[in-house]
Design a protein around this ligand. Structure first.
Ligand SMILES: Nc1nc2c(ncn2[C@@H]2O[C@H](COP(=O)(O)OP(=O)(O)OP(=O)(O)O)[C@@H](O)[C@H]2O)c(=O)[nH]1
Length: 574
């Protein structure tokens, strides 16, 4: 293959590849109004996978736009609606989607939807910075107000477009054409306006709008009886309309043409074109031109002397006028209802917002209350726990202090002071009740030898073992106390000296049974006992103590390791 051919193929391939991306989107978008078929062909060549996320949204916008020509406007609207939810609020595409949706909703007479969309678009106007996007929004609102026959509002938006800076020739053409369409209806214009629109739309290469303005101008001339001027542009207008093959435009043109022929007394042509208007309106979409056509037919019949026919046609014309009138009333009512519904919806939303805010405030308040209650609970709990700890600790200290104050630390039995306190109380109670109390005193025998021979620690061990031995034989009526050194005292309630002697003997035997080998030494342990009771000396503690001490002295004196009772006769003389 020759080299130049390969190069040429590469260039073509590169162009196709390059054109299949974002640029195809742009070209298709630009051409969609002036050459829809070409725009669609370009759109079909786009590879969707290769597009960026932003371009994909643009692609979907064009996809929805081209779906308009398939005829299922509900589907087109739902495609736009899906896209609308995904496009960011700041994107210019949002306005374009709303504008397109508004056009479709207005065209298909969905007044509820179109009123809502128009409100949405209107609310966005103040926030649109991009002039091109702003003009798009104006266009959408202009179409809406024109299709709902709100001429004043529609004209306002047409003027806004025309007053915008950087307006393109296409946009100027559109705004002027719409303006002309409205003012022709309102019979309030001059031919200059149409000529200007035609010149601009020709420059903008917008054949539909050129033709549309030709039809408006032609109608204007006929309406104002300027037949010569109408004749001058007749052929041009006719060829423009024929080239486009748009039923709406044809209907408007034929209606004006029939009047034109009537004005020139060409009655058959007038009738023929009137029939053309009637046959174009199969679905009753073009009522105003159809009424005009019947008007011409009535006139033709009258001029031909066919009065009966003229009457029938007049009736038909009147019935069509009534239909148009009631259609307009229905439309106005539907619009009114749609506006009312929208306001009601907005009010409902505002009410819900207020309710939600109120609920939010209430729940905030409740949360704060719960938080405060929890805080108070935590604070109280900490205080209570602190108090409990403090009480427990102070009780423990008190108990420890009491133990220290009342107990002998070596043996664990009552110390002398505590023993005296208990003994005083016991004696007081017993004295009141007249019951006997017995006192025992015991002193270890030759205890010094234990200390001297085996050490002080062994001596301590012996003292603890003596207390253990006594505890094994004593009961709850007996209170044991260490009087000092190796001397112990015992107070027994509800017992006299006889019972005391028996108990002292049991204690003596228990002490004698102490096994010293546990200390690692071998020695014997014994104690001498002295016993007295309240029947002998009364309920005075000192007397009871002294009496027991005297008896103890007897035990020591007469051999140790034995029990002696107080003998009052023995001491009464001394
Ligand atoms: N290990 C020890 N010895 C103590 C304690 N209190 C006093 N002693 C000793 O007890 C001994 C008492 O000796 P003494 O008063 O001579 O009496 P004894 O040796 O038992 O002789 P008799 O009472 O006459 O049989 C002294 O050596 C004191 O040091 C103590 O808490 N521990």
């Amino acid at each position: 293959m020759p080299k130049y051919l390969i190069g040429l193929l590469c260039v073509v391939w590169l162009q196709v590849t390059f054109a299949s991306g974002a640029s195809l989107l742009e070209q298709s978008d630009k051409l969609r109004l002036s050459d829809t078929q070409k725009a669609l062909t370009l759109f079909m060549q786009i590879e969707r996978q290769g597009l960026s996320p932003q371009e994909k949204l643009h692609y979907r916008y064009l996809e929805a736009y081209f779906s308009t020509f398939e005829g299922d406007l509900q589907r087109t609207l739902s495609l736009y609606r899906e896209l609308l939810d995904e496009v960011p609020a700041s994107s210019p595409l949002k306005v374009r989607i709303l504008t397109s949706m508004l056009g479709i909703a207005s065209y298909s007479e969905q007044w509820g939807v179109s009123v809502e969309l128009a409100e949405q678009l209107d609310a966005m106007l103040a926030h649109i910075a991009d002039t091109k996007v702003l003009i798009d929004a104006y266009k959408g609102l202009l179409i809406f107000y024109n299709s709902t026959e709100q001429a004043r509002m529609a004209l306002t938006y047409a003027e806004k477009i025309l007053a915008s800076p950087d307006i393109t020739v296409e946009q100027r053409c559109f705004a002027l054409t719409m303006q002309n369409e409205i003012v022709v209806r309102e019979s309030n214009t001059s031919e200059k306006q149409f000529s200007r629109a035609i010149t601009i739309c020709e420059a903008a290469e917008q054949p539909y709008y050129v033709a549309s303005n030709y039809v408006h101008l032609f109608s204007f001339y006929v309406q104002n009886g300027n037949i010569n001027k109408a004749r001058m542009i007749f052929e041009d207008t006719q060829s423009q309309v024929e080239a486009l093959d748009v039923a709406f435009l044809q209907s408007s043109f034929f209606a004006a043409e029939s009047k034109f022929h009537l004005a020139m007394n060409e009655l058959d042509m007038a009738r023929k074109t009137s029939f053309a208007v009637i046959s174009l309106d199969k679905a009753g979409q073009f009522l105003p031109p159809k009424i005009e056509a019947y008007k011409v037919l009535v006139e033709v019949a009258k001029q031909k002397g066919e009065y009966e026919r003229a009457l029938t046609l007049l009736e038909k014309q009147n019935s069509l006028k009534e239909t148009l009138h009631s259609e307009r009333v229905v439309k106005a009512l539907a619009l009114q209802q749609a506006k009312y519904d929208l306001k009601a919806k907005e009010n409902e939303i505002a009410l819900l917002d207020k309710k939600n805010k109120l609920l939010g405030t209430e729940s905030d308040l409740r949360r704060q209350q719960i938080e405060s209650a929890l805080l108070a609970l935590v604070f109280t709990s900490i205080t209570v726990i602190g108090l409990l700890c403090w009480t427990y600790r102070s009780r423990k200290i008190q108990h420890r202090l009491k133990v220290l104050a009342t107990t002998d630390s070596l043996t664990g039995c009552a110390n002398r002071g505590y023993f005296s306190d208990i003994a005083t109380k016991v004696l007081k109670t017993a004295s009141r009740q007249g019951s006997p109390v017995c006192m025992l005193l015991l002193d270890l025998d030759y205890f010094k030898r234990v200390n001297d021979n085996y050490g002080h620690q062994v001596g301590d061990w012996v003292l603890r073992e003596v207390v253990n031995a006594i505890n094994t034989v004593s009961d709850k009526n007996c209170t044991l106390g260490r009087m000092g050194g190796e001397e112990f005292g015992m107070l027994i309630t509800d017992a006299d000296v006889k019972e005391g002697l028996v108990f002292a003997e049991q204690c003596r035997e228990a002490i004698e049974m102490i096994d010293s080998s546990v200390s690692g030494h071998s020695f014997s342990v014994s104690a001498s006992f002295g016993v007295s009771d309240t029947r002998q000396v009364g309920y005075n503690l000192d007397n009871l103590f002294s009496a027991a001490d005297l008896a103890l002295y007897q035990s020591k004196k007469y051999g140790r390791n034995q029990v002696y009772e107080y003998d009052q006769h023995l001491y009464s003389g001394t």
